[in-house]
Design a protein around this ligand. Structure first.
Ligand code: CAA
Length: 241
Protein backbone atom coordinates (compact mmCIF):
# COMPACT_ATOMS: atom_id res chain seq x y z
CA UNK A 1 0.00 0.00 0.00
CA UNK A 2 1.27 3.43 -0.86
CA UNK A 3 2.03 5.91 1.90
CA UNK A 4 -0.37 8.79 2.44
CA UNK A 5 0.95 12.33 2.06
CA UNK A 6 -1.00 15.46 2.97
CA UNK A 7 0.11 18.77 1.48
CA UNK A 8 -1.33 22.04 2.77
CA UNK A 9 -1.86 24.72 0.17
CA UNK A 10 -1.28 21.81 -2.18
CA UNK A 11 -3.29 22.87 -5.21
CA UNK A 12 -1.34 25.97 -6.23
CA UNK A 13 2.20 27.27 -6.53
CA UNK A 14 4.96 25.34 -4.78
CA UNK A 15 2.31 23.17 -3.11
CA UNK A 16 0.91 21.97 -6.43
CA UNK A 17 4.38 20.95 -7.57
CA UNK A 18 4.91 19.10 -4.28
CA UNK A 19 1.56 17.26 -4.50
CA UNK A 20 2.26 16.23 -8.08
CA UNK A 21 5.83 15.10 -7.40
CA UNK A 22 4.73 13.03 -4.39
CA UNK A 23 2.01 11.38 -6.47
CA UNK A 24 4.55 10.60 -9.18
CA UNK A 25 6.81 9.09 -6.50
CA UNK A 26 4.00 6.66 -5.56
CA UNK A 27 2.30 8.38 -2.62
CA UNK A 28 -1.41 8.58 -2.14
CA UNK A 29 -1.78 12.37 -1.97
CA UNK A 30 -4.34 14.74 -0.47
CA UNK A 31 -4.03 18.48 -0.93
CA UNK A 32 -5.69 21.20 1.12
CA UNK A 33 -6.67 24.63 -0.10
CA UNK A 34 -8.15 27.64 1.64
CA UNK A 35 -10.28 29.53 -0.83
CA UNK A 36 -10.04 29.11 -4.57
CA UNK A 37 -12.59 26.39 -5.46
CA UNK A 38 -12.15 26.77 -9.23
CA UNK A 39 -8.39 26.37 -9.11
CA UNK A 40 -8.71 23.39 -6.76
CA UNK A 41 -11.26 21.69 -9.01
CA UNK A 42 -9.09 22.29 -12.07
CA UNK A 43 -6.10 20.86 -10.18
CA UNK A 44 -8.04 17.70 -9.25
CA UNK A 45 -9.32 17.29 -12.81
CA UNK A 46 -5.80 17.63 -14.17
CA UNK A 47 -3.91 15.49 -11.64
CA UNK A 48 -6.44 13.16 -10.03
CA UNK A 49 -5.27 14.44 -6.62
CA UNK A 50 -8.12 14.92 -4.14
CA UNK A 51 -8.45 18.40 -2.66
CA UNK A 52 -9.98 19.38 0.67
CA UNK A 53 -11.01 22.86 1.73
CA UNK A 54 -10.17 24.19 5.16
CA UNK A 55 -8.23 26.98 6.81
CA UNK A 56 -5.01 25.84 8.48
CA UNK A 57 -5.32 28.79 10.87
CA UNK A 58 -8.33 27.06 12.45
CA UNK A 59 -7.30 24.20 14.77
CA UNK A 60 -10.72 22.53 14.88
CA UNK A 61 -11.00 22.66 11.10
CA UNK A 62 -7.61 20.92 10.87
CA UNK A 63 -8.72 18.16 13.24
CA UNK A 64 -11.94 17.59 11.28
CA UNK A 65 -10.24 17.85 7.89
CA UNK A 66 -7.46 15.43 8.77
CA UNK A 67 -10.08 13.01 10.11
CA UNK A 68 -11.82 13.15 6.73
CA UNK A 69 -8.57 12.64 4.78
CA UNK A 70 -7.63 9.67 6.97
CA UNK A 71 -11.10 8.18 6.45
CA UNK A 72 -10.70 8.48 2.68
CA UNK A 73 -7.05 7.52 2.21
CA UNK A 74 -5.68 6.09 5.48
CA UNK A 75 -3.33 7.46 8.17
CA UNK A 76 -1.23 10.46 7.20
CA UNK A 77 2.42 9.38 7.14
CA UNK A 78 3.89 12.42 5.40
CA UNK A 79 2.74 15.93 6.25
CA UNK A 80 3.98 18.83 4.16
CA UNK A 81 3.23 22.16 5.82
CA UNK A 82 3.32 24.37 2.76
CA UNK A 83 0.34 26.74 3.13
CA UNK A 84 1.53 30.29 3.52
CA UNK A 85 0.50 33.87 2.86
CA UNK A 86 2.15 37.28 2.65
CA UNK A 87 0.79 40.58 3.90
CA UNK A 88 3.81 42.76 3.21
CA UNK A 89 4.11 46.28 4.58
CA UNK A 90 6.90 48.34 6.06
CA UNK A 91 6.67 47.99 9.84
CA UNK A 92 5.47 51.55 10.41
CA UNK A 93 2.46 50.79 8.18
CA UNK A 94 1.82 47.20 9.26
CA UNK A 95 -1.55 46.68 10.91
CA UNK A 96 -2.21 44.26 13.78
CA UNK A 97 -4.47 42.35 11.35
CA UNK A 98 -1.60 41.90 8.86
CA UNK A 99 0.62 40.65 11.67
CA UNK A 100 -2.01 38.25 13.02
CA UNK A 101 -3.13 36.81 9.68
CA UNK A 102 0.43 35.86 8.76
CA UNK A 103 1.27 34.44 12.20
CA UNK A 104 -2.01 32.47 12.33
CA UNK A 105 -1.45 30.87 8.91
CA UNK A 106 2.31 30.55 8.56
CA UNK A 107 3.23 29.63 12.15
CA UNK A 108 0.13 28.53 14.08
CA UNK A 109 -1.02 26.70 10.95
CA UNK A 110 2.03 24.46 11.27
CA UNK A 111 1.10 23.63 14.88
CA UNK A 112 -2.56 23.14 13.94
CA UNK A 113 -1.74 20.62 11.21
CA UNK A 114 1.11 18.78 12.92
CA UNK A 115 -0.53 18.33 16.33
CA UNK A 116 -3.42 16.11 15.13
CA UNK A 117 -1.19 13.79 13.03
CA UNK A 118 1.54 13.46 15.67
CA UNK A 119 -0.03 10.81 17.99
CA UNK A 120 -0.66 8.43 15.05
CA UNK A 121 2.89 8.86 13.76
CA UNK A 122 4.23 8.11 17.26
CA UNK A 123 2.10 4.98 17.52
CA UNK A 124 3.10 3.69 14.08
CA UNK A 125 6.75 4.61 14.67
CA UNK A 126 7.02 6.37 11.34
CA UNK A 127 6.42 9.88 10.11
CA UNK A 128 7.71 12.72 8.04
CA UNK A 129 6.95 16.35 8.85
CA UNK A 130 8.30 18.72 6.21
CA UNK A 131 7.67 22.43 6.66
CA UNK A 132 8.20 24.98 3.93
CA UNK A 133 9.86 27.91 5.68
CA UNK A 134 11.61 30.63 3.66
CA UNK A 135 14.87 32.38 2.98
CA UNK A 136 13.19 35.36 4.59
CA UNK A 137 12.88 33.50 7.88
CA UNK A 138 16.65 33.06 7.76
CA UNK A 139 17.81 36.50 6.67
CA UNK A 140 14.87 38.84 7.33
CA UNK A 141 13.25 40.91 4.59
CA UNK A 142 12.18 44.52 4.12
CA UNK A 143 8.39 44.82 4.62
CA UNK A 144 8.09 41.33 6.12
CA UNK A 145 8.46 41.54 9.90
CA UNK A 146 5.35 39.35 10.14
CA UNK A 147 6.39 36.80 7.52
CA UNK A 148 10.04 36.62 8.60
CA UNK A 149 9.02 36.12 12.25
CA UNK A 150 6.59 33.33 11.34
CA UNK A 151 9.03 31.58 9.02
CA UNK A 152 11.86 31.83 11.56
CA UNK A 153 9.39 30.37 14.06
CA UNK A 154 8.83 27.43 11.73
CA UNK A 155 12.55 26.66 11.90
CA UNK A 156 12.53 26.74 15.72
CA UNK A 157 9.45 24.52 15.76
CA UNK A 158 11.21 22.07 13.45
CA UNK A 159 14.36 21.87 15.59
CA UNK A 160 12.39 21.34 18.80
CA UNK A 161 9.97 18.75 17.42
CA UNK A 162 12.76 16.83 15.66
CA UNK A 163 14.19 16.06 19.08
CA UNK A 164 10.84 14.68 20.23
CA UNK A 165 10.26 12.61 17.10
CA UNK A 166 13.70 11.08 16.79
CA UNK A 167 13.08 8.01 18.97
CA UNK A 168 9.69 7.42 17.37
CA UNK A 169 10.97 7.17 13.80
CA UNK A 170 9.59 10.57 12.86
CA UNK A 171 11.80 13.05 11.05
CA UNK A 172 11.00 16.76 11.15
CA UNK A 173 12.69 19.05 8.66
CA UNK A 174 12.32 22.49 7.13
CA UNK A 175 13.03 23.66 3.61
CA UNK A 176 13.84 27.32 3.01
CA UNK A 177 13.06 28.23 -0.59
CA UNK A 178 14.39 31.44 -2.00
CA UNK A 179 12.40 33.40 -4.57
CA UNK A 180 10.41 30.86 -6.59
CA UNK A 181 8.54 31.56 -9.81
CA UNK A 182 4.93 31.39 -8.49
CA UNK A 183 1.89 33.62 -8.19
CA UNK A 184 3.18 34.90 -4.82
CA UNK A 185 5.86 36.80 -6.70
CA UNK A 186 3.20 38.85 -8.48
CA UNK A 187 2.71 40.91 -5.29
CA UNK A 188 6.27 42.21 -5.64
CA UNK A 189 6.48 45.42 -7.70
CA UNK A 190 8.35 44.83 -10.98
CA UNK A 191 10.92 47.51 -10.16
CA UNK A 192 11.71 45.86 -6.80
CA UNK A 193 11.97 42.43 -8.45
CA UNK A 194 14.31 43.60 -11.24
CA UNK A 195 16.42 46.13 -9.37
CA UNK A 196 16.53 44.75 -5.83
CA UNK A 197 15.79 41.04 -5.72
CA UNK A 198 17.11 39.48 -8.95
CA UNK A 199 20.57 41.08 -8.66
CA UNK A 200 20.90 39.40 -5.23
CA UNK A 201 20.50 35.88 -6.67
CA UNK A 202 23.88 34.52 -7.83
CA UNK A 203 22.39 31.96 -10.22
CA UNK A 204 20.62 34.88 -11.91
CA UNK A 205 17.08 33.54 -11.99
CA UNK A 206 14.10 32.68 -9.82
CA UNK A 207 13.77 29.09 -8.68
CA UNK A 208 11.14 26.74 -10.08
CA UNK A 209 8.50 25.07 -7.90
CA UNK A 210 9.71 21.63 -9.08
CA UNK A 211 13.12 22.37 -7.58
CA UNK A 212 11.49 22.58 -4.15
CA UNK A 213 9.23 19.59 -4.81
CA UNK A 214 12.21 17.34 -5.51
CA UNK A 215 13.71 18.26 -2.14
CA UNK A 216 10.43 17.35 -0.45
CA UNK A 217 10.30 13.96 -2.17
CA UNK A 218 13.82 13.25 -0.95
CA UNK A 219 13.13 14.27 2.67
CA UNK A 220 9.94 12.15 2.65
CA UNK A 221 11.79 9.04 1.47
CA UNK A 222 13.28 6.21 3.52
CA UNK A 223 16.67 7.30 2.20
CA UNK A 224 16.41 10.47 4.31
CA UNK A 225 15.81 8.64 7.60
CA UNK A 226 18.97 10.01 9.24
CA UNK A 227 18.13 13.62 8.36
CA UNK A 228 16.09 15.34 11.04
CA UNK A 229 15.97 18.84 12.51
CA UNK A 230 17.66 20.15 9.40
CA UNK A 231 17.02 23.30 7.41
CA UNK A 232 17.59 22.77 3.71
CA UNK A 233 18.21 25.99 1.81
CA UNK A 234 17.27 26.13 -1.88
CA UNK A 235 17.74 29.72 -2.95
CA UNK A 236 20.15 29.96 -5.89
CA UNK A 237 22.95 31.10 -3.57
CA UNK A 238 21.09 34.22 -2.39
CA UNK A 239 21.74 33.50 1.28
CA UNK A 240 24.19 30.91 2.51
CA UNK A 241 23.02 29.83 5.93
N1 CAA B 1 14.11 45.66 -0.45
C1 CAA B 1 14.50 46.95 -0.36
N2 CAA B 1 13.70 47.99 -0.54
C2 CAA B 1 12.42 47.74 -0.87
C3 CAA B 1 11.92 46.43 -0.96
C4 CAA B 1 12.84 45.38 -0.78
N3 CAA B 1 12.45 44.11 -0.89
N4 CAA B 1 10.62 46.50 -1.26
C5 CAA B 1 10.30 47.81 -1.35
N5 CAA B 1 11.40 48.55 -1.12
C6 CAA B 1 11.48 49.99 -1.16
C7 CAA B 1 10.85 50.55 -2.43
O1 CAA B 1 11.77 50.50 -3.50
C8 CAA B 1 10.54 51.96 -2.02
O2 CAA B 1 11.72 52.74 -2.04
P1 CAA B 1 11.69 54.24 -2.54
O3 CAA B 1 10.76 54.96 -1.61
O4 CAA B 1 13.13 54.68 -2.41
O5 CAA B 1 11.21 54.17 -3.96
C9 CAA B 1 10.11 51.77 -0.58
O6 CAA B 1 10.67 50.54 -0.13
C10 CAA B 1 8.61 51.66 -0.49
O7 CAA B 1 8.32 52.22 0.68
P2 CAA B 1 6.78 52.62 0.99
O8 CAA B 1 6.75 53.09 2.42
O9 CAA B 1 6.22 53.51 -0.06
O10 CAA B 1 6.12 51.19 0.90
P3 CAA B 1 4.62 50.80 0.58
O11 CAA B 1 3.75 51.06 1.74
O12 CAA B 1 4.19 51.34 -0.76
O13 CAA B 1 4.80 49.23 0.48
C11 CAA B 1 5.86 47.26 -0.36
C12 CAA B 1 5.37 48.68 -0.66
C13 CAA B 1 4.75 46.44 0.29
C14 CAA B 1 7.05 47.29 0.56
C15 CAA B 1 6.22 46.70 -1.75
O14 CAA B 1 7.27 47.45 -2.29
C16 CAA B 1 6.63 45.26 -1.71
O15 CAA B 1 5.77 44.38 -1.69
N6 CAA B 1 7.93 45.00 -1.75
C17 CAA B 1 8.45 43.64 -1.81
C18 CAA B 1 8.71 43.11 -0.43
C19 CAA B 1 9.31 41.76 -0.60
O16 CAA B 1 10.39 41.60 -1.13
N7 CAA B 1 8.58 40.69 -0.14
C20 CAA B 1 9.01 39.36 -0.34
C21 CAA B 1 7.91 38.61 -1.03
S1 CAA B 1 8.41 37.00 -1.60
C22 CAA B 1 8.03 35.96 -0.40
O17 CAA B 1 7.61 36.31 0.66
C23 CAA B 1 8.26 34.50 -0.69
C24 CAA B 1 9.48 34.00 -0.03
O18 CAA B 1 9.37 33.25 0.93
C25 CAA B 1 10.81 34.30 -0.60
Amino acid sequence: MSRVALVTGGSRGIGAAISTALKKAGYSVAATYAGNDDKARAFTDETGIKTYKWNVADYDACVDGIHQVEGDLGPVEVLVNNAGITRDAPFHKMTPEQWKEVMDTNLSGVFNMTHPVWPGMRERKFGRIITISSINGQKGQFAQTNYAAAKAGDIGFTKALAQEGARAGITVNAICPGYINTEMMSTIPEKVMNEVILPQIPVGRLGEADEIARAVVFLASDDAGFITGSTLTANGGQYMA
